[in-house]
Ligand binder design. Structure first.
Ligand code: HEC
Length: 441
């Protein structure tokens, strides 16, 4: 009689092992994307049915088109859809065209608990050899969801130009029965070419609030215009903040601010090929600062910018009219100022309103320049204000938790203010903000 222990080792454990690496609602086997070197049947190696025979699809969505910049991480979304199905899964791999069966291209990083990365040997990241795969987790299958599901993850391409790369994806539009029957399997692929962007250049530096040129304030938003600034276009998002820290780089793009030979970084909120928005650190002193845009393709020539106290600006909705709200939070402005569904209504003389600005000075307690504000610290010195040339009483001015560089100021429109578009100006010390307009009823 075979000892119990040996029996377990020779059969039971083998079955267990097979289940662990090949049963799939919690993540498929490796090499079932139909890429060269993978099983050409894709998931139909186990799941019944004919590849690509249903009414759905698996799509590979690339936010900057079919290109990559060496070393610059990009977001990839795999969308599995089918009109009739209820549960979703996928597997994607990236290969160098120079050896599609064996050469891995770059590295995957999950951004939530819907995806995971496994290596050729079915182990977790980091993959020391062989190709790798990003695929669904049990949570990612979103059992019971109709129509389809999207899987987002990041891909960091090779650090140097490695020529064309191809992504291969297979998707399972499943019926949610917890078996491999009745599911529909789809495949697709897309080729990405390397682009070596030219070095960036700066053509203008303006206030993001008003588009005005001139001095800029600490803790204010500044816009840089130019060429080849970024390969991608996007705003910062939650994953760019680590422990409440403001990002100093988005998709490899950073702002270098050099004053008195000491370089430091601005905080980057938006990147695109021709425009980058950044926040000047709240502890920046008055100085002539050399501004440079740095990205993987190079660093721009220096362009001077002067930082000075009293260079605060009022934020505008359209470059001209101030961003302000009534006590109930609805927007102030002439009717039709913004496209529908936004509604704007004029302010009344005597009304207490809230106006938004940037770079309005130090707060008590002081801000930590590298951190997103978490409390509504008041400004150390209240500005003074005029509307239509008459003094308007400011009752409070503070920063907004979660909104770096943005201040909110509560003030009363002077009682006798005339109807129409009136200039509004905030003064700190001896300097006024660039006049912008507010519409009075
Ligand atoms: C080696 C065999 C095998 C391969 C290859 C395989 N699966 Fe599966 N899959 C199974 C089995 C067995 C089940 C049922 C058990 C379970 O749910 O874990 C299953 C279940 C699933 C389910 C849940 C189905 C439902 O209706 O509830 C999803 C989703 C899934 N697999 C996705 C995939 C995807 C995507 C691929 C290809 C990238 C794939 N599987 C490849 C064997 C396989």
């Amino acid at each position: 009689m075979v000892p119990f222990r040996t029996l377990l080792l020779s059969t039971g454990l083998l079955i267990l092992a097979a289940n662990t690496s090949f049963a799939h609602s919690y993540g498929p086997a490796v090499r079932v994307t139909a890429a060269p070197g993978d099983d050409a049947r894709s998931c139909t190696a186990c799941h019944a049915g004919t590849l690509n025979s249903g009414a759905g699809s698996v799509k590979i969505l690339l936010q900057s088109g079919t290109v990559y910049v060496p070393g610059v991480k990009q977001r990839v979304i795999v969308q599995v859809s089918d009109p009739d199905q209820l549960r979703w899964g996928f597997e994607l791999t990236a290969r160098l065209n120079s050896d599609l069966a064996k050469a891995p291209a770059g590295e995957f990083t999950p951004v939530d608990n819907f995806t995971q990365v496994i290596c050729e040997d079915a182990g977790p990241k980091p993959c020391l050899s062989g190709v790798s795969f990003v695929q669904h987790t049990t949570a990612g299958t979103r059992n019971g969801t109709r129509g389809g599901a999207a899987f987002a993850f990041d891909w960091t391409p090779p650090g140097t130009n490695a020529g064309p790369v191809t992504f291969y994806a297979s998707g399972n539009a499943a019926n949610g029965t917890g078996t491999s029957a009745g599911d529909l399997i789809y495949t697709s692929s897309v080729q990405l070419n390397a682009i070596t962007a030219a070095a960036p250049t700066i053509s203008a530096i303006v206030s993001s609030a008003t588009s005005a040129v001139g001095n800029m304030a600490a803790n204010s938003w500044v816009t840089v215009y130019g060429t080849n600034l970024s390969a991608t276009t996007r705003l910062w998002n939650d994953s760019d903040f680590v422990n409440g820290g403001l990002p100093v780089t988005l998709d490899g793009v950073s702002i270098v601010l050099t004053a008195n030979n000491a370089p430091r970084r601005g905080y980057v909120g938006y990147v695109s090929p021709n425009q980058v928005n950044f926040l000047i650190p709240s502890d920046a002193g008055s100085a002539t600062v050399q501004v440079q845009v740095k990205n993987p393709a190079g660093i721009s020539p220096q362009v001077p910018m002067t930082t000075a106290a009293g260079s605060h600006q009022l934020i505008t909705l359209d470059g001209k009219f101030v961003y302000a709200v009534h006590a109930d939070g609805t927007l102030i402005g002439k009717s039709g100022l913004l496209a529908a569904p936004n509604v704007t209504t004029p302010a009344n003389a005597g009304e207490v309103i809230t106006v938004y600005g940037t770079g309005m000075g130090a707060t008590t307690p002081a801000l930590i320049s590298s951190q997103v504000p978490t409390t509504a610290n008041s400004v150390a010195t209240l500005p003074t204000a005029t509307i239509g040339g008459s003094p308007a009483v400011i009752s409070a001015a503070r920063v907004i938790p979660g909104a770096p560089g943005v201040y909110q100021v509560t003030l009363q429109v002077p009682a006798g203010t005339l109807a129409g578009d009136q200039p509004i100006v905030f003064t700190l010390g001896t300097t006024g903000s660039v006049p912008v307009l507010i519409t009075i009823r």
